[in-house]
Design a protein around this ligand. Structure first.
Ligand code: AQP
Length: 333
């Protein structure tokens, strides 16, 4: 069955292995299936929900675009654009904000995590972030949304908002209710410094993540320093309970090689972390280094990246512009 795919990545710098294994790798597979129509968005409106440096933001928009292309997304097959170039996203977000109850937003755990203890100081944008995400997806009639496990709750909210809009305005099926595409295994990559914390761009420790621009030496060094426990590796999955660091490193190894956790456990059961670490550093650098080299090459070709984004924005504007026009007519404008 052909799928309409929409997903986005924030241009907030430090794109990492979690973004790659949880989302971008999936984008590439979907892009390679000729039956799919794919739209990949550099979600710069989402990025400004927390303070950004303006020059850095500009660079990060290009770097995220370069990462999409370097990872294998073909801009002649898939639409690649940045969100702020398509007005309908913000307009749709306002309309949907006016029908989404606050109670639904109050349940969003990511806001609670990101706002932390000082939630009075968090921006209103950060609070309504999931509504902008709903607008992004619904404007394109996306059937499937590939995301990491951390975005599952936001996607459920998108589905609820679509259903409420259709019901409130008696326009059955106008907003398409999308399906999440979340990988069954290894959909949440954890920090190299703490197996209970998500690998994240904003972690102050660079040693907590493998950046997609890291060199081979940096990858080897980070894996060498990754947190472990003091037991040999197990040979059965249930023995990974309460061993988050072992589970994470074995999961990363399996995901990069596209193999099952069982196969990885067969390979390393009874061995020490040092055996796993040296093999993992090897497979990671052979996977990440070519992407990293390509990002660095593309980053120097700003005209090319800007052209990809401009062409993508034209195509996206055509689709989203039409949908927002219909949406406004439905609500009585
Ligand atoms: N650790 C992760 N494991 C699996 N998937 C992940 N994603 C992010 N972190 C992990 C997925 O990557 C896609 C793009 O994410 P994003 O840049 O839009 O936002 P994010 O989830 O806020 O990314 P970070 O790295 O966690 O940033 P900060 O530090 O700002 O919180 C999404 O599909 C996401 O699921």
């Amino acid at each position: 069955m052909s799928k309409k795919i929409f997903s986005g990545v924030q241009p907030t710098g430090n794109l990492h292995l979690g973004n790659y294994l949880g989302a971008i790798k999936n984008f590439v597979d979907l892009n390679n299936d000729n039956q799919n129509e794919c739209i990949f968005c550099v979600v710069d409106l989402h990025a400004i929900t927390v303070k950004q440096d303006k020059d850095q933001l500009k660079n990060n928009i290009r770097e995220t675009t370069a990462t999409f292309i370097a990872s294998g997304i073909d801009s002649s097959k898939s639409i690649i654009f940045n969100q702020s170039k398509v007005h309908a996203h913000a307009e749709g977000s306002w309309i949907l904000s006016c029908m989404a109850p606050m109670g639904w937003l109050n349940r969003m755990t990511q806001f609670k995590e990101k706002a932390g203890k000082d939630k009075e100081k968090a921006s209103v944008g950060l609070y309504i972030y999931p509504i902008l995400m709903a607008s992004d997806i619904l404007l394109y009639d996306a059937t499937h949304v590939p995301v990491g496990e951390d975005q599952k709750q936001h996607l459920e909210l998108t589905r609820d908002i679509a259903q409420k809009f259709n019901k409130d305005f008696d326009c059955e099926d106008f907003l398409r209710v999308p399906e999440p595409l979340i990988k069954k295994d290894f959909s949440r990559i954890m920090s190299l410094k703490d197996g209970l914390k998500k690998m994240s761009k904003s972690d102050p420790s660079d040693l907590s993540r493998i950046n997609l621009t890291d060199t081979k030496d940096q990858i080897i060094n980070k894996i060498k320093k990754a947190k472990t426990d003091s037991f040999p590796l197990p040979n059965e999955e249930h023995k990974l309970k309460d061993r988050p660091e072992a589970e994470n490193l074995l999961g990363i190894y399996s995901s990069v090689l596209n193999q099952t956790l069982d196969k990885t456990l067969d390979e390393f059961g009874g061995k020490n972390f040092s055996d796993l670490k040296s093999q993992l550093a090897e497979v990671l650098s052979s996977k990440i280094s070519p992407i990293s080299d390509e990002i660095k090459k593309l980053i120097n070709d700003q005209n090319y990246l800007d052209k990809v984004l401009a062409e993508g924005a034209n195509k996206a504007n055509e689709i989203a512009g039409k949908k927002i026009k219909e949406m406004k007519k439905i609500i009585g404008f």
